[in-house]
Design a binder for this molecule. Structure first.
Ligand code: F0G
Length: 351
């Protein structure tokens, strides 16, 4: 068939699935790589956006979740659990439906975007809000999965990372080689770990001629890797990356160091400026956390760290519709007009 088959079927020989494994998929992956005209002009580089909000549940998490739920089903699990800042829970809930499993999610109370909560609810997940942050949720989810018959589908589950590495494969397949720099937001640090694994794998097999430098950006109020210490009370408008003690911390540092890259921070103000630029000037609506990659690229460019002429890919990790509050906040109220062409034309400045 011509339809994209989902990341497991498309990259089956590079993923840990057996020949007879029954695959749980929503045909995730195959997401657009969009040339970014304004960002390219601003940096003097060839910048592309990997638009992961185009996945079935609206974030990159689906790449890992097809693997995690496929594996859990194969192992006979009846229930899965995850801690989440929102997107993992939305994805787990949807894939659990496909697999006929119960899904439990632990989220920090009051700190997940409404769209993500709506997804978990409508897919029928059992949601527990925790009076704490994501790190507390993950500790609890780990404890539960050790004691009770429920499979943990956070990115500490190694097959999640395997699924997520396919985004790097797609980029190389589309560009015919690896980019010079790859830029990502960093929260729990699973995704930067996954991309680095994917790029290394393709370079080792000669499909790419080199690996990119990996640039990760945390939100300033939630930047434990930048600070070199756990952040006890993380804060940022980018709730998806409001994480003070990333599970894949050491792997993120490895990706940075082995690739000659960097992990830096961006302020909420820089994140929101990039969020607005992406929507208003590139036509790509992302959630705030996703804009951390672009904010980071612009910061690095201002610091003179971006040599012109390079090929750069920024992953934008989640769809803007998940968290539209930031799109509406501060925007002018739409005006109401009578059903009259002249009146409408006047308000539109056409008359
Ligand atoms: N962007 C978005 C939209 C996310 O949802 C996340 C993580 C990240 C970036 C950071 O990726 O954790 O691999 O470094 N969201 C997780 C969740 C924590 O629960 O949905 P990371």
């Amino acid at each position: 068939s011509r339809q994209w088959r989902g990341i497991i079927e498309e990259y089956r020989d590079r993923l840990p699935v057996g020949d007879t494994t029954e695959i749980v998929t929503l045909r995730e992956g195959g997401t657009p790589l969009v040339p970014a005209q304004v960002l390219s002009e601003r940096t003097g580089c060839e910048v592309h956006l990997k638009v992961e909000g185009a996945n079935p549940t609206g974030s990159f998490k689906d790449r890992g979740m097809t693997m995690a739920i496929t594996r859990a089903k194969e192992e006979g699990a009846k229930a899965v659990i995850c801690a989440s800042t929102g997107n993992t829970s939305a994805s787990a809930a949807a894939y659990a439906v496909r697999a006929g499993m119960v899904c439990a999610v632990l989220v920090p109370q009051g700190k997940i975007a409404l769209g993500k909560m709506g997804q978990a609810l409508v897919h029928g997940a059992k949601i527990l809000q925790i009076d704490g942050n994501f790190d507390d949720c993950l500790t609890l989810a780990r404890g539960l999965s050790e004691k009770y018959p429920v499979a943990l589908v956070n990115s500490v589950n190694p097959v999640r990372i395997e699924g997520q590495k396919t985004a790097a494969f797609e980029i190389v397949d589309m560009l015919d080689d690896a980019p010079d720099i790859h830029v990502l937001p960093v929260g729990n640090a699973g995704n930067i770990t996954a991309y680095w694994r994917g790029y290394r794998e393709y370079a080792a097999d000669g499909i790419a001629s080199h690996t990119p430098r990996m640039w990760g950006f945390q939100a300033s109020g939630s930047a434990p890797i930048v600070r070199g210490e756990v952040v006890k009370d993380p804060h940022t408008v980018a709730t998806a990356i409001r994480i003070g003690n990333p599970a894949s911390w050491a792997f993120a540092e490895q990706a940075r160091d082995e690739s000659g890259g960097l992990i830096d921070e961006v302020t909420d103000r820089q994140i929101l400026a990039a969020y607005r630029l992406l929507a208003a000037q590139e036509g790509v609506f992302v959630e705030p956390a996703s804009a951390a990659s672009v904010a980071g690229l612009l910061k690095a460019a201002e610091q003179g760290k971006v040599d012109p002429g390079q090929r750069i890919v920024c992953t934008v990790t989640g769809n803007g519709l998940k968290d539209p509050d930031w799109a509406v906040a501060g925007a002018p109220q739409p005006v109401t007009v009578p059903i009259d062409a002249d009146a409408a034309a006047e308000r539109l400045g056409l008359a």
